[in-house]
Design a binder for this molecule. Structure first.
Ligand code: ZN
Length: 385
């Protein structure tokens, strides 16, 4: 009897143990083609470790070794459009909880990896080796900054009042955007594009599509804030930076903006599920870069005597206008249209130069930090005049 009890207990413990380990699975392996690279995403539990063999693929095979694997999908999901990966094979050694994923490449590649959370994803980006070794500051390929002045046309954005007349966010955003464009054009290290240069209304998705069409390297959307209620209007002021986050923000202001445009992404029904997870992978890895851009911008705002005292920090929300798969993106709120002092600054032509200058300085600072080959500024470009 005692022996029977003991063996039942052992069986029970063994069952618990194996159930725990069985959670160490690979749920999904997928490929996706991006602008300039091919991405492998492995959705896997935390116990699974990955190692890349032959990262530079001299013999045109890159192998990703997975350890601690209890379960694995039988095939890699692919759309068949991948240019750098020509084929794949999965080898398993279940007794050693080992899996080898072999990817046949079209030539020499460089593999860069990163990890995303919730669900955990191991991401491997295959870049063409000849493209990677080319310095980014080579002639003809300068970073292209896409400036997106918020609102426009029948959509005025936030409305402020100055000396009895209305001041519109759409006009402030456009004026600062055009001044920023001028600064970037004067600097031979940059290319620049705009989503709008006139007082027209364009949708949020159209703005992101325009950024992709213009092959931007950084997207910056320019806005000005507003609050309701007299007490809040006296109080709320200052520069604020936003980046994209898959979690919807809990603040009312962020929710209102999220609701502005919420139509679907226009992907076919059968590919919807796989493309959506691929899009999430892409957006989240861009968001990591976007936060680096935001921090560089923040450095310059904090160094500025007019902005440092009122600076509100970096926030994130699920802004559709920042849902761009192939470049980092930030949204800046220059200040509050509803604050009695800030509306004077926002509406002033000379102070709009100051806003443009700090945005320009933040962009330069980011590229100087991010790319050791990026040429350092020889002479400071001055605003406006
Ligand atoms: Zn706005």
């Amino acid at each position: 009897m005692a022996r029977h009890l003991l063996s039942s207990l052992l069986a029970f413990l063994l069952c618990l143990f194996t159930t725990g380990l069985a959670a160490q699975g690979v749920r999904d392996i997928r490929l996706a083609e991006h602008d300039g690279f091919t991405r492998v995403v492995i959705e896997a539990d935390s116990g699974i470790r990955a190692r890349v063999h032959n990262r530079s693929a001299h013999d045109n095979v890159v192998t990703i070794e997975l350890n601690g694997v209890r379960s694995l999908p039988s095939a890699v999901k692919t759309t068949g459009e991948e240019t750098l990966i020509r084929g794949n094979r999965i080898d398993r050694a279940p007794d050693r909880r080992l899996a080898l994923l072999h990817f046949r490449t079209s030539g020499a590649v460089q593999v860069r990896d990163l990890e995303l959370a919730g669900p955990r994803r191991l991401v491997f980006d295959f870049h063409d080796a000849s493209e990677v070794s080319r310095p980014s500051a080579s002639p003809g390929r300068r970073p292209r900054i896409i400036i997106d002045p918020g609102h426009g046309g029948s959509d005025p954005g936030a409305v402020g009042r100055l000396n009895g007349r209305a001041v519109y966010e759409k006009d402030v955003a456009l004026a600062v955007g055009i001044k920023l464009e001028r600064l970037l054009r004067q600097d031979p290290r940059f290319d620049v594009g705009m989503t709008r240069r006139t007082d027209v209304r364009i949708g949020l998705v159209q703005r992101t599509q325009e950024a992709t069409r213009q092959r931007g390297d950084l997207f910056i959307s320019i806005h000005a804030n507003a609050v309701e209620g007299r007490a809040a209007q006296q109080r709320a002021r200052g520069f604020e930076i936003w980046t994209w986050n898959r979690q919807a923000n809990s603040s009312a202001a962020a929710r209102a903006m999220e609701q502005l445009e919420n139509r679907d992404l226009g992907v076919s029904r059968e590919n919807n599920r796989i493309l959506t997870s691929m899009m999430m992978d892409a957006l989240e890895s861009q968001a990591l870069v976007s936060r680096r851009v935001a921090r560089a911008m923040e450095d310059r705002i904090r160094a500025h005597p007019r902005f440092r005292g009122t600076y509100r920090g970096i926030n994130s929300a699920r802004f559709r206008v920042l849902e761009i798969y192939d470049m980092p993106s930030i949204l800046v709120e220059l200040g509050f249209m509803t604050h009695p002092e800030e509306i004077k600054m926002l509406a002033s032509d000379s102070f709009q130069n100051t806003y443009a200058q700090v945005l320009y300085d933040g962009i330069v600072h980011y590229f100087e930090q991010a790319d050791p080959n990026f040429p350092r500024s020889s002479s400071r470009v001055a605003a406006g005049r």
